[in-house]
Write a protein that binds this ligand. Structure first.
Ligand code: PBG
Length: 334
């Protein structure tokens, strides 16, 4: 498109007043873009702060219900529930993942009963339950693929039985989306959808999350590089997304978020399916810590960072800021 140039073109003309900037604004953050990840723990009436995530707390189920109700009232479409499993229940085979009475399943049932109009998303992966902190089963020091997938299928069905609406495989095993889709369908859960962590990178930005669910100590000096992706790769992300869509993913996700917005943009442009991004714990920690120091304005960087996801093409964002953003949008509009 050919345009005239200065002085007939003056881009500042459209920036001179709030009403005008608002009128020509291309992207907007809306409360319906938000998915709120929450951490649950055992006990009653207990909110335990997570040191590396200032402002985020592990909640007992009774308190999680109240927060879910508030989120629902504010118009947040969905929450993602992550359990901080008591260390005594973590085992090498992660059997607790298949217990219909485990913390995550009880939380799902309780929230469904008390906040029926908010969607519930559950991760499928073994790391909250394994004593080695890996997302899969370990045989001779190797995270094995196919045997893990069988367990993940059972985990997905147990979560669907508890009332989970969206199953989110975050394990990065090959072939798991197709297998989980089949398992859900044969258990009668063809309406339960799959949000695949399709392009999930082996990222150091997950550190605070691992503190929150207590898997950091279990993982020790281990890493997840044999299944999560190499941060240097783009083509591989597109390949991963293509496979997950082929296998039946309804929605796909890129993770982490801010350092990987190029991937979000490529995925959205290439596949044209609902595409989500996860502003992960380390991103939250970074912004929160700088704000605590008075180096950044928390409210402003929160909004600006989330708008960047929209600009990249994300249909929605998983963010620990979700409740705060929703409150702010309710007060100030966009
Ligand atoms: C578990 C899982 C992780 C996150 C979401 N699901 C951690 C990991 O893969 O080690 C990270 C989320 C965050 O950092 O906020 N597989």
């Amino acid at each position: 498109m050919s345009r005239s140039s200065f002085p007939s073109q003056r881009p500042r003309r459209l920036r001179q007043a709030p009403w005008l900037r608002n009128l020509v604004q291309e992207h907007r953050l809306h409360v319906s873009d938000l998915i709120w990840p929450i951490f649950v723990q055992e006990g009653d009436q207990l909110a335990s702060p997570i040191e590396s995530m200032p402002g985020v707390e592990r909640l007992t189920i009774d308190l999680a219900i109240q927060k879910a109700q508030e989120a629902q009232q504010l118009g947040i479409p969905a929450i993602a529930i992550f359990p901080a499993t008591p260390p005594t229940l973590k085992t090498p085979e992660a059997e607790e993942a298949l217990n219909p009475e485990n913390l995550a399943c009880r939380a799902v049932r309780a929230v469904k009963a008390e906040a029926p109009n908010i969607g519930i998303i559950c991760d499928v992966a073994l790391d909250p339950y394994s004593s080695h902190g890996q997302d899969g089963l370990v045989r001779n020091g190797i995270v094995v693929n196919d045997e893990t997938v069988e367990v993940l299928c059972r985990q997905a069905v147990v979560q669907a039985e508890a009332g989970c609406d969206v199953i989110a495989p975050s394990d990065m095993m090959d072939g798991r989306v197709g297998a989980i889709r089949k398992a859900l369908d044969s258990a009668g859960f063809e309406q339960v959808s799959i949000l695949a962590y399709a392009a999930k990178y082996a990222s150091a930005f997950y550190g605070p999350f691992r503190d929150a669910v207590g898997s950091a100590a279990n993982l020790g000096s281990g890493d997840k590089k044999t299944y999560q992706m190499n941060p240097s790769n783009t083509q591989e992300a597109l390949q991963e997304v293509a496979l997950d869509i082929q296998e039946g993913a309804d929605m796909v996700m890129v993770k982490p978020g801010m350092p990987y917005l190029d991937i979000v943009q490529r995925v959205k442009a290439t596949f044209e399916v609902p595409t989500f991004a996860y502003q992960v714990s380390g991103e939250y920690a970074m912004l929160s810590a700088a704000a605590e120091k008075g180096w950044l304005n928390r409210e402003q960087v929160m909004m600006e960072s989330l708008l960047a996801f929209k600009r990249a093409g994300a249909d929605g964002i998983l963010t620990y800021f979700a409740l705060e953003v929703a409150r702010s949008l309710a007060e100030n509009g966009s």
